[in-house]
Each structure stands twice: as structure tokens, then as C-alpha cells.
Design a protein around this ligand. Structure first.
Ligand code: GLN
Length: 212
């Protein structure tokens, strides 16, 4: 079974751990750099992207995680995690940084007051069968997708129809919503498949990618 870390600085860590375990992975919480060693994949949970950004830096994890993502560590971000994986953020706070890796522009808290939190069913590329029931909580949407990234899901109706809410770029996967809270593990299974398909990134590669 692949070992997948869940960044455990803030946010809904436990839900991701349970969803990963139910999807055939060994899930381990990550709070320090040494815990990144030997991981086959990483999940960045939902929570508050500005807080997770600050804590990543306070725990001296920002550069180590960024380096590994750049070196090819498969990574899945949900909601705040999507923001942290985005190369560009609209509506961020002063000084907010992201780990980056996904060639997308996200807008924070995009759905607005009327639909701060909502649920809808989505057709999700790569997830066979029934639509995915998606739970959005003060979620971002993807405002622009660069040529490197692939759209996996968009809202189909209502005021936010057409808004992109799931993307993939190689080994990076991100959703605006929270697949970890519904009990449907198909999105986590898709991530575990991505992890299984990827050769394990070596720390040495990560170091040389950093120096390059
Ligand atoms: N609004 C939050 C942010 O900007 C994301 C909310 C969530 O992860 N549920 O980070």
C-alpha cells in the first residue's frame, strides 16, 4: 500500500486520513520535515489557506514541501489545499504565498455570501459512475487554467454554473470542494491511482531540483 502524508497543521486532517485509509493507502499526519521522507504522496486539507501558509513557514515546512512538489511528489489539495497548490491567487491577503505547482489562477471565497456553503452533484472526469456529490465551504473556484492543467469538473447549474472546481496537472490534483466529508471515496481513490502510477520521488532529486 502506498504511504500518503496528510499535512496536519490545520484543517480537516482526520477526514482525509480516514478517506485515504478506505482507499487502499496508509495515511500518516505530517507536522515536521522528517515526516516527509519516504512518502509516496501528500494531501493538503481544507481549512484556511492563509493560516496554513503561515504555519508552513513557522514549522519550516514551506520550502521542503514546495521542493518535493516540484520534484514530482503526487499531491492532492482540497479547498484551502487547492489554493496552496495554485500558482496564482486572487482575493488573497497581503503577503499570502502559495506552494504552487498547478498552472491555475484561483479566486478565494469565490462563491460569495449567498452561496458561502452549498452542495451540488458534479460530473467528474476520471471518476466513473454516479456524479460526485460535492460539498463547498467558503470555497475557491478556478478562474483561469493554464495550458499545463486539465479541467476535471465544473459546476453544472445554479448561479455558479460553469465554474471550474477540479483540476489535474500530472501528479497534482485539486478540488474546490471537500470529497473527504461525504463518505464517497472515489476522488481519494483517483488520487491513490495517481500515486500508484508515479515513481517514488527521491529526496536527492528534490535537492537537485531545488538547486537547479
Ligand atoms: N476560504 C478558505 C481559504 O481561503 C478555504 C475554505 C476551506 O478550505 N473550506 O483558505
Amino acid at each position: 500500500r502506498p504511504t500518503i502524508g496528510v499535512l496536519a497543521l490545520q484543517g480537516d486532517v482526520r477526514e482525509h486520513v480516514l478517506a485515504l485509509e478506505a482507499s487502499g493507502a496508509v495515511a500518516v499526519p505530517v507536522r515536521r520535515e522528517s515526516e516527509l521522507d519516504g512518502l509516496d504522496g501528500l494531501v493538503i486539507p481544507g481549512g484556511e489557506s492563509t493560516t496554513i501558509d503561515k504555519l508552513l513557514r513557522a514549522f519550516e515546512l514551506f520550502e521542503p514541501v514546495r521542493r518535493r512538489i516540484r520534484a514530482g511528489l503526487p499531491t492532492f489539495g482540497s479547498c484551502a489545499g487547492m489554493i496552496l497548490l495554485a500558482d496564482r491567487v486572487l482575493g488573497g491577503i497581503e503577503g499570502q504565498q502559495t506552494l504552487g505547482g498547478l498552472d491555475i489562477t484561483v479566486r478565494r471565497n469565490a462563491f460569495g455570501r449567498q452561496v458561502d456553503s452549498f452542495e451540488t452533484d458534479l460530473a467528474f472526469e476520471g471518476v466513473p459512475g454516479d456524479p460526485v456529490h460535492a460539498v463547498f465551504i467558503r470555497a475557491p473556484w478556478v478562474e483561469e487554467v493554464g495550458p499545463g492543467a486539465e479541467v476535471l469538473a465544473a459546476v453544472s447549474d445554479g448561479p455558479a454554473a460553469g465554474r471550474i472546481v477540479a483540476v489535474r496537472q500530472g501528479r497534482l490534483l485539486a478540488t474546490s470542494f471537500h470529497p473527504e466529508v461525504t463518505g464517497d471515496t472515489r476522488v481519494h481513490r483517483l488520487f491513490v491511482e495517481i500515486v500508484r502510477g508515479a515513481p517514488v520521488p527521491q529526496t536527492a532529486d528534490a535537492e537537485s531540483a531545488h538547486r537547479a
